[in-house]
Structures are given as C-alpha cells and as structure tokens.
Design a protein. Sequence first.
Length: 503
Amino acid sequence: MKIPRMMVMTRFLGPEWYGLLGLFGMARDVVGTFAQLGTGDAIIHHLSAAKAANKTEKMGATLGAAGIIRFCTLFILIAGVVLFRPELVAQAQSLPALAAVPVDTLELILILLMVGIAVQIIEGPFGNALQGAQAWRALLVVRIISITASTALAIGAALLGLHLIGIVAAQQIGFIVTAIVVFWFYLRYVRSTLKNPTFRQSLAEVRPLLLFGLPLVLGQLFRYVYIYTDQLMLAAIGSSVAELSNYEVARNAAGLLSFVPTLLRSVMFPAASEFRVGRGRQELEALFAFMSKHLCWIMAPLALWMTAVSPLAIRVVAGEQYAVAAPALAWLAALMVINGFGVSLFTCLVGALGRTREQFAIECFGGGLNVVLNFMLIPEYGFMGAVYATVVVKALGLMLGSFFLSRQMRLLFPLRPAFISLIMAGGLGCILWGAMQISDWLVFLLLPVVALTYLWSTIRFGVLDTQDIAYVDRLAGKVFARFPVLQRFVIRCAVPVPDVYKL
C-alpha cells in the first residue's frame, strides 16, 4: 500500500514540495517519540516478563504507569505549542526549504501535527499492550488497516487537489482511525486479562518504566540525530528543495523493505523479554541465530534485487523527474541487509538482557559521527553525501553492537545459510540487472521466475532446517498440507538442527 501512495505523492507534489512532506513527518516522529519517554519498549518488556510470570496485577499497574507518564508529557507538549507557537513557526521558516511556505499554512500544519502526536501518545500504551500480550493476529489487522487508511486518505486528498495541507490532514485522520482500531482490539483481547490496579500501584511502576525507558529515549535522541540530520542539513544548506526531495524519494523507496525487520522485531522483542523469566542463555543464543538466519534469507533478495534495478524502481514509484536518485536508492537498498541484523542485536541486547546503557552508547556514537560526516559530505556531494554518511554510520553501529552483545553471550551466526542466501540473491540480481538493460518489461516478466528460483535453490541447498519446518507446520500446517509435492520437497531438503541452534 505504501507503493501507490508514494507513486501519487511524488508525482502530485513534485520535487519542489515532496521533500517538505518528509520534514513534517520527521517532526511528528521525533516529537511523538520523545513525548513517550521511551515507555513503548518498556511497556512491551515489562508486560512480557509479567505475562511469563503470570502477574496480571503487575501488568495492569504497568499500563497505568504508562498512562500517568504520557498524560504528563501530553499536557507539557500542548502547553508548549500554545505558548510558543509563533517562535516555532519562525524557527521553521528560518530553514531555506520552508521559506516559501506562508506563515498561516505553517501554523495550520503545526496544529494538524499536534493532533497526530496527541493521538500517538494516547494510543501508544494500548498498541504496546497488544504486543506485550503477543496478540499477533490483532496486530496484523491493525497494521493492514493503518496502511490502508493512511494510503487511501492521502491519495484521496491529493486527487481532490488539496495539496500539502490536505495531505497532512489526511495523514492525521489515518492515525485516528488506527487508534480506534487499536483500542477496540485492546478491549477485546487484553483488557479482560488484567486486574484493575490502584493509583498507588500504578505510581510504583512509574520509576521502573522510566529507568528502563529513559536510556532508550536518550539513545533515540542520537538515533534521530543520525536518521534526520541529513534531512535537516539538506533543508538548511542544500542547493535546492529538489535535493531534499531526491533524497526523500530514495530513502522512502528503500524504506519499503523495512516491513520485514519491523514485523520480526514486533514479534521477537516481547518473546526475547520472556527469556529473563526462567530461560537459559543458550536458548537466547539460539534465538539470535534463528533471527539472523531468517532476516538474511528474506532481506538478501529484496535488498539486492532493488539495488540491481534501482533506476527502474525510481521510475516506477516516483517518475523520471527523480531519476538522479537511483544511485542513492542502490546504496540505501543494499544497506537494508545490515539494518536487518540490527534487529537481532537490539532484540537480544535490550529485549532479553535489558542492556539499555549499551544501546545508548551505540546511538550516541552513531548520532555524533553522522553529524560530522553530513557536515563534511553534504556541501560537496549533495544528497549523495547524506547517503554515504548513513551507510558508514550504520555499518560501524552494527560492529559496535556486535561487540557489546558478544560480551554478554556467544554470537551464533549461521554462516552457511547466509552465504547461500547472499550468493543466490546476488546472482539472480545480476540477471535482473541484465534484463533491465534490454527492457523494463522483461524485468517484470522475469521477477516471478527469479523469486521461485531463489526459493527453490535456497531450500534445495539446506537453508531451512527441521526446526523451521516444525514452525511452518505449527503456523500454517493445513495450508502446507494442500501442496503435498512442495511439502515433500521441503521436508526432504531440510537439514538437521545443530544442538546450539535448538530453541
């Protein structure tokens, strides 16, 4: 659903305006995250641990504490916007990229963004409760409705000619629809399992939540520095708004692949948090290997194939006017393989081991380095300088995270399945690249064949093991049984599970 939304937004707004939409999204994301004070992951972590220990009263107190924290931050946020609205608008207009936007338009956008942030703050604990309770079907429905609503409303606003304000307003309405769905699922699946806490019990859980969440939100500060410094510096010192728009197009196109690590993180983070309750370090090491193998198996073809056909991908999702962004997309798409491994590191380091200080150190290092690299590279290379800085920071951050986690546990990385996945994905990516040189339509014709070849070859050479087959049978056994030829092939090719990888 993100693809049609991006196809409409890029063509409707054009390079002169599309980058500004990314700036407004950045503002909502940053302010909304800090208003939560890191309690999102803290809620998931504490709820999962309490659920594993069957402490339903503590689960209710955790949600009550999150409500107290977010009520306070929401009050402060609204008061700040009311009191300092002229100063905030003036600060926004000081950026060259926003200088042409009228003051009344910026004020209205500020109010709309505040509505979306308030909805995010209020809805957050209920969504986190669904994750902590591991209500995966409900979360999947929420995800589908969220993407569908935001896409349909934004496209509708664009087609009606409402331009920038209408699109921003449509996005906030999408957040409201999502919040309503989340609250309904919370009442249906989670509320009945909790005991009503007293105010004193909820107040007692505020400190543990903040102690867990504050290092994360401080680390998030530096993470946002290296995520958004490039956009801010392109808006401030870039040669034109088109520079920002080209970077935004490449970044969003590569971000289409992020659904895989995001989905796996939402599943594995609460599961890893349960390892603190009655489970051994060896199982955690096996979980790390399990996540790393499957992230590589799924992300390698997606990332490398998008890298190979990046010019075609830009033409499809954004149009010829953004063709100069193709090299940036190639770099950022390849980087998504590294981002996938970051999920394994974060899940084990923070979710299972609670090492929030190390996570803060990683984000602090990455944020500081990104500022320096952007300051050096953007004036000389434009938006490609921001891409180079992102690649360097992500790679070094992964190395630092691996070092910290290796001091707590063994990093069992399945090299053979990863090697097979990368070799097959890379080879098939070369075929797609060659097809693109002949005809764009040939790429679309070959894509299903290439995908099936990748699945067949990786299964044939033993990427999946008997433990994976058991999970597939447990999750979708009836569907799997409808294809007996495929079932026999997968079972025959599955390799035994080494003892160190058994969950």
